[in-house]
Design a protein around this ligand. Sequence first.
Ligand SMILES: Cc1ncc(COP(=O)(O)O)c(C=O)c1O
Length: 284
Amino acid sequence: MTDVVWAAGRLREPAEPVVSALDPGLTTGLGVFETCRVRAGRAFALTRHLERLAGSLAALGLPAVDPDEVRAAVAAVLAASPPGTGRLRITVTPGAPDAPTTTGAPGARPVLVVTAGPAPVRGPAHAVRVPWVRNERSPVAGHKATSYAADVLALRAATRAGGNEALLANTRGELCEGTGSNVLVERDGVLLTPPLASGCLPGVTRALLLAWAAEDGLPVREEPLPWAVLDEVARGSAHLGLTGSLRDVAPVHLLDGAPVRPGPLTERAAALFRARADADPDPA
Ligand SMILES: Cc1ncc(COP(=O)(O)O)c(C=O)c1O
């Protein structure tokens, strides 16, 4: 099943060129993107993803996109997508090297691309510690920039080690996040997730879990965690989970190739997230 592609105003053949050779999105990785889960033919939590997209564009000094245009493109892509479509990606690049760094210059239009295809088949979460760090002081920390090569290589290393997600520390030696997921550590009857100051992405799944857990009486809170907390997970005195659009809330079953037991609160969080997500396709 090939991806359905909408770019610069209309549906396209998947292989059709749509980006200029001079687009900074291509030449320097200056662009932003969002990945949404597609549930029952709808892009889950699209409003939250569009809000984060707007924040990422502003943070990178790129012109805003019209949310109605993005919604129309998303609708066109999903209408053209076969059953079994599980993921949707929205990408925005500046289009031209002299595109304005703020909104408003006539004629300069960012390039909007929306694609959809099957969700990756992953199975249980298998996490691998990698030696690289997330720089929490980077200007793109906390934003979903297309400059993703470091994450691709980290994930590739994790895959070579038999995993399907890489775990990154930040420069302060704290647990930060995965390449495409936020982390949860279950310890002493509480689920803990690193705060945004750790440099992690403000994950839509993470934020929804924090809100829904609070309503449900499930103890989840933000707290800085030392990287060494993963040794506790390896010893079995703590448990690990991942949150992300293409994983929902996923208890980790293998750490660095060794079995680790999913925690009961992590399992509860996974069930809570599934139920709430099924009940509301676009939670406020
Ligand atoms: C680096 C990073 N952290 C966390 C996440 C999880 O965010 P979300 O729950 O919005 O998918 C992602 C998503 O792709 C990501 O790329």
